[in-house]
Design a protein around this ligand. Structure first.
Ligand code: GLA
Length: 366
């Protein structure tokens, strides 16, 4: 289907996380933003009972029969679509048959939440087709459930919340326990650069789920429901009693929650040097204590972090590959980007894909 034959179009953004990594499933704090890249979904209603969805990112088009009860089980990329449609079915919504063609300027499996963009994009398509809206938090949670049950990835809520609730020009400070969302304006004096390590991650491969289990195990040993419940006052003493792996995982999560608060405070007073230092500390902690970085991301962050005009650079998202995000001085951003490019080439021996970005809006009909 070409865009001109579409009845309507939905845009669903990718996201980068500024700080607060691997904290969401520990009921902690995160600070992501929606970027200006993502998926465009051209949609038109059709006769019959099928949803027919094609994508430039995935394999062949998928067909889903909306007249039957939908259940997990398919192995292709259509599982994300089917999971979302099943969520609406469960709510009793009758979804009319439709045809959708997806184009993307987001790398799949590149750590920019292409899966959350797909889920929330399809949920937005359903809202448009049905002419009614779901509460945004319920919508994000429906999409997260689709990822858990249909894609087998035990993700937290950060990505789906960011794609559903983002606001142009703002990052979101999300409390993953209360689901409270605060929109934090990102001042005009900073710019963002995304650098793709080119290393593909697959969160379903096991490393992500293993980290989640290790955090749960640490919380269990500390006698609390989640790592969010460890009080600052006794944290150090409590962690000392844990086995090595649990201690390091817990130390990352507790430190990272504190860094989100520090980053938000620094951003509010416009102290970007301090915010950048916290990004650097976050990366170090993810590398050494949480062990979710990789050689390429470490090299990129060291190279870009050393460039004049860069406040901070860290891996973003689940890790094991994917992207890094850097915060730069907006004044002279072009020269800073050029210097970052040169630094990466010198360190890696090739030039990674990188692009400046700005905080964009949530998924919406265009
Ligand atoms: C992935 C998950 C998120 C979050 C991050 C790590 O992106 O989908 O829920 O856990 O990893 O911060």
């Amino acid at each position: 289907m070409t865009a001109t034959r579409a009845e309507f179009e939905v845009f669903a953004p990718g996201r980068v996380n500024l700080i607060g990594e691997h904290t969401d499933y520990n009921d902690g704090l995160v600070m992501p933003l929606a970027i200006d890249r993502g998926l465009r979904i051209a949609v038109r209603p059709r006769g019959g009972s099928l949803a027919v969805v094609s994508s430039t990112m995935g394999g062949p088009a998928v067909e889903i029969d909306l007249a039957r009860p939908l259940a997990a089980g398919r192995g292709d990329w259509g599982r994300y679509v089917e999971g979302v449609l099943a969520g609406f079915q469960r709510l009793g919504w009758t979804i009319p048959a439709f045809e959708a063609a997806i184009t993307a300027d987001l790398p799949a499996g590149g750590g920019l939440s292409s899966s959350a963009a797909l889920e929330v994009g399809i949920a937005t398509v359903v809202e448009e087709l049905c002419g009614r809206r779901l509460d945004p938090v319920a919508k994000a949670l429906l999409c997260q459930r689709a990822e858990h049950e249909f894609a087998g990835v035990p993700c937290g809520i950060m990505d789906q919340f960011a794609v559903t609730l983002a606001r142009r020009g703002h990052a979101l400070r999300i409390d993953c326990r209360s689901h409270a969302v605060e929109h934090v304006p990102l001042a005009d004096d900073v710019a963002l650069l995304v650098i793709d390590s080119g290393v593909k991650h697959a969160l379903a491969d096991g490393g992500y789920a293993a980290r989640r289990r290790e955090c749960q195990s640490a919380a269990g040993m500390l006698g609390v429901p989640t790592l969010r419940d460890v009080s600052d006052a006794n944290a150090e003493a409590a962690l000392r009693g844990l086995p090595d792996v649990e201690r390091r995982r817990a130390r990352h999560v507790l430190g990272e929650n504190a860094r989100v608060l520090g980053f938000a405070a620094a951003a509010t007073r416009g102290d970007w040097q301090a915010a950048g230092r916290l990004m650097h500390e976050s990366h170090t902690s993810l590398r050494d204590d949480f062990e979710v970085s990789c050689r390429e991301l470490d090299l990129i962050c060291a190279a870009v972090g050393g460039v004049a005009g860069v406040y901070g650079c860290r891996m973003t998202g689940g890790g094991f590959g994917g992207c890094a995000v850097a915060l730069l001085e907006r004044r002279a951003a072009d020269e800073v980007v050029a210097a970052a490019r040169a630094a990466c080439s010198a360190t890696l021996g090739h030039e990674p894909t990188m692009f400046p970005t700005t905080p964009g809006p949530a998924a919406h009909r265009t």
